[in-house]
Design a binder for this molecule. Structure first.
Ligand SMILES: *Cc1c(COP(=O)(O)O)cnc(C)c1O
Length: 400
């Protein structure tokens, strides 16, 4: 046993604690919903979950998971290409493709895995991959892996700065293939990618667009089909990746959606597919039920959108300065990291769980309470939250 290794780890943790950035785990003992039981806290109202449509405890979704467990057993005990592909995977992948408007899709145990394997499967030496500066960590790592493994060249454009994107594409006009990676929704800002312009730029520069729609699937667009539907561009994005761990039931799992030849290529080349177990059939079954639920209940998406608009307006009315946007992510900018953390702690005493984010997750001076609204919230829940945030903002000196 190497005790000095453990001592080093402990001193790293002590440093984080001294800086006030040590993450603490909160244990829940009830399903994810508008209100949850949090160990040591009793019932709290959740404003930090990705359970956008309230499907985590939706009876149809839970029952489908139970039936999946009975029909297919506990797991796949194999990777996809050996003997880990079940009929429920096909049913799920067909439903996802139908939902997001592509020819095919391929499921993964997480969106992290879906993204991680993707870039190296489509980018080779001589290709150029370019990424928005605020893209999700899984995209950043995916591009790093592709660069290390396949020797493609890579670049980053300033967040949402399309002039910078064009400039970098022009500088790499000689590349064999140009790939633009963007989040559909940027999770710290609650903002939406400028998809119409990005698609036009891709056409002008013969590039491929890959969009990670994890915070948009089930959320944006009149029927929840995501960022493309929001802009009236369903069918126009070359590759869409997303999670099943947010709006679509919240369990786990992710996918890549696009042309059939793309998904067939992933079967051959994507390393998380080749060397790691397939999505558990129980989860595939509950995710399939979640997709079917959204298709049958677009009014749930409407409720989410109306709740988000209501909350955003009420927070402004209370005197705060939330970032604008069309998403149910409402970041309330408070400025100092210490204020964001203090407000988050005070809110927990009021029975509200909402995370404060500060530097280095967001730029200095833009620390924020990131509120995430769900269709599961009632207007009473939202009113209660706004009153409490106002009270705590006054006592923390953030509101004058
Ligand atoms: C949440 C998220 C992921 C990771 O999703 P998992 O399925 O939990 O791995 C990937 N990309 C984006 C943009 C996300 O918001």
């Amino acid at each position: 046993m190497n005790t000095s290794f453990v001592t080093q780890l402990q001193s790293g943790l002590d440093d984080l604690k001294a800086k006030g950035t040590l993450k603490k785990l909160n244990y829940l003992s009830s399903p994810q919903s508008a209100r949850v039981r949090m160990e040591g806290r009793g019932e709290v109202l959740i404003l930090s979950s990705n359970n956008y449509l309230g499907l985590c405890d939706q009876p149809e979704v839970v029952d489908a998971g139970i039936k999946g467990l009975h029909d297919f057993g506990a797991g796949t005990a194999s990777v996809r290409f050996i003997c880990g592909t079940f009929t429920v995977h096909r049913a799920l992948e067909q439903a996802i493709a139908r939902f997001v408007g592509t020819a095919a899709s391929m499921s993964y145990v997480s969106a992290w895995n879906a993204n991680e394997g993707l870039t190296a499967s489509i980018a080779e030496e001589g290709d150029f991959v370019i990424s928005d500066a605020l893209n999700h960590a899984s995209i950043i790592d995916s591009i790093r892996l592709a660069k290390a493994m396949n020797k493609c060249t890579t670049g980053v454009y300033k967040h949402a700065d399309l002039d910078d994107l064009v400039e970098k594409l022009k500088a790499n006009a000689g590349a064999r293939r140009r790939i633009i990676w963007t989040d559909g929704v940027f999770s710290m800002e609650g903002s939406t990618a400028k998809l119409p312009q990005i698609l036009q730029i891709a056409r002008d520069h013969d590039a491929i667009v890959v969009m990670d729609d994890s915070h948009a699937t089930g959320v944006l667009g009149a029927t929840g089909r995501g960022t493309a539907e929001h802009y009236g561009l369903v069918g126009e994005v070359d590759i869409i990746t997303s999670t099943l761990g947010k709006a679509l039931g919240g369990a786990a799992g992710g996918f890549v959606a696009g042309a059939a030849a793309l998904c067939d290529t992933l079967t051959q080349k994507s390393r998380p597919q080749l060397f790691s177990n397939a999505l558990p059939p129980t989860v595939a079954a509950s995710a399939l039920a979640a997709v079917e639920f959204v298709e049958a209940h677009p009014e749930r998406v409407t409720t989410l959108r109306e709740n988000a608009q209501y909350f955003r307006a009420a927070i402004k009315e209370a005197g705060f300065n939330p970032l604008d946007g069309d998403t149910p992510i409402v970041p309330i900018i408070v400025g100092d990291t210490a204020d964001a953390i203090r407000m988050s702690e005070l809110l927990l005493d009021e029975g509200i769980f909402v995370t404060g984010f500060g530097f280095p997750v967001v730029p200095v001076g833009t620390a924020r309470l990131r509120c995430q609204i769900s269709a599961a919230h009632t207007r009473d829940d939202l009113d209660y939250a706004v009153r409490a945030i106002k009270k705590v903002g006054l006592s923390a000196g953030v509101l004058k």
